[in-house]
Design a protein around this ligand. Structure first.
Ligand SMILES: [Ca+2]
Ligand SMILES: [Ca+2]
Length: 142
């Protein structure tokens, strides 16, 4: 984990780069699909839902909700991913919903940079890395 500073634009640029975003989605999907059937079951999705950190931090304050509430929120998040309600999340559903959530987050952040603790393989970390590398390229060109 590392502490990074990012703003809405960092996330926008990452999500709007179709190639890079698709690639990281496919990586993540394959990683989560532990039985390799091309679908994410609720159990397989749980790891991803937990990584969304809906609970752990709220404006930097650690929140400890009760387990029943957690289960309820994970249930409703899973339903949000499972667009056709067949009880599993396929790659298209996973990509569409991840994109929607990240854009919603970017909109919420606006242009005010925020400091966040990011896990190494999280999308936000990838977004930050992408911004670093494109900044580096720009510096080389100039
Ligand atoms: Ca699976
Ligand atoms: Ca589905």
């Amino acid at each position: 984990m590392s502490v990074e500073v990012l703003d809405g634009a960092t996330i926008f640029n990452f999500v709007e780069d179709e190639e890079a975003f698709s690639l990281s989605i496919r990586d993540r999907f394959a990683h989560l699909d532990t039985n390799h059937d091309g679908l994410l079951s609720y159990a397989e999705m749980l790891k991803e839902l937990q990584s969304l950190r809906v609970f752990e931090t709220h404006y930097g304050i650690d929140v400890k909700p009760d387990p029943e509430e957690i289960a309820h929120v994970y249930d409703s998040l899973f339903v949000q991913f499972d667009h056709d309600s067949n009880g599993a999340v396929d790659l298209e559903e996973f990509k569409a919903e991840t994109k929607r959530m990240m854009l919603a987050m970017a909109n919420g952040m606006g242009f005010l940079p925020v400091q966040m603790v990011l896990e190494e393989d999280s999308y936000l970390k990838k977004a930050v890395e992408k911004e670093y590398s494109s900044t580096k390229v720009k510096q080389l060109i100039n």
